[in-house]
Design a protein around this ligand. Structure first.
Ligand code: SF4
Length: 224
């Protein structure tokens, strides 16, 4: 199978079986999504979704968040990983959005990465989820699943994986392909024991094909 055929198979499979993939973070507007994505670093979406309703109720706009202080915000965030850093990031992010972007969440990757707590992955998530921009956020799931299937080859960093993926995925599908790969990694192609037996990508998956070859060569030939 050529690389092009592999991409075609995988994208076709997801389009047919998971046509409406979307983020599992709960949000109503770009401000809320940005807060949720900053909080989601090294933390599950489930935990973030438990935490954000109280934050959004007490700080409904970025202006409210900019007005608060560390000691007021920290209790809302303390059950999440890295609460000290994230509390600081959120307040500093809000200051910058208010002071430098007139209270509007910027919608380009170059602007977003200037905000405290926002790296390239977060900026890609925001612009692709809110604005369907063809930006591929590569998290641990996307990185692992893409390498196993063979969509990426020898990608040593998330940026290298991102570049390979956006070279082959049609622009109009990049924003949803991000969710397809994340959800596949979360529920099927899990880190320790991928559930290959229930996976529809087996015919196109390099990892699975290699496993089949290995099992075949290890099996004892019938001598009867
Ligand atoms: S066949 Fe297995 S390794 Fe390949 S994508 Fe599916 S679950 Fe992952």
């Amino acid at each position: 199978m050529t690389k092009k055929e592999r991409y075609h198979f995988v994208l076709d499979y997801f389009q047919t079986h998971v046509p409406a993939a979307e983020t599992e973070l709960i949000y109503d507007n770009p401000y809320q999504l940005l807060v949720a994505v900053i909080l989601s670093a090294q933390c599950t979406d489930k935990r973030v979704n438990i935490t954000t309703p109280a934050i959004f109720a007490s700080f409904p706009t970025v202006y409210d968040l900019a007005k608060t202080d560390f000691d007021t915000l920290f209790p809302y965030i303390k059950s999440i990983s890295y609460p000290n850093n994230k509390t600081r990031h959120l307040i500093n992010m809000a200051h910058m959005v208010v002071n430098e972007f007139n209270g509007e969440i910027p919608m380009t990757v170059d602007e977003l990465v200037k905000l405290p707590g926002v790296g390239r992955k977060t900026a890609n998530v925001i612009t692709s989820v809110v604005d369907a921009q063809p930006n591929m956020a590569v998290d641990t799931h996307v990185f692992r699943v893409s390498a196993r299937i063979g969509l990426t080859v020898n990608a040593k960093t998330p940026l290298a994986a991102e570049k390979q993926l956006i070279t082959y995925i049609p622009k109009e599908l990049v924003h949803i392909a991000h969710h397809w790969l994340i959800l596949h990694g979360r529920y099927v192609c899990v880190a320790r024991n991928p559930k290959c037996e229930i996976c529809g990508l087996r015919p196109a998956c390099k990892y699975y094909q290699a496993m089949l070859r290995k099992n075949k060569s290890n099996s004892i030939p019938y001598a009867g």
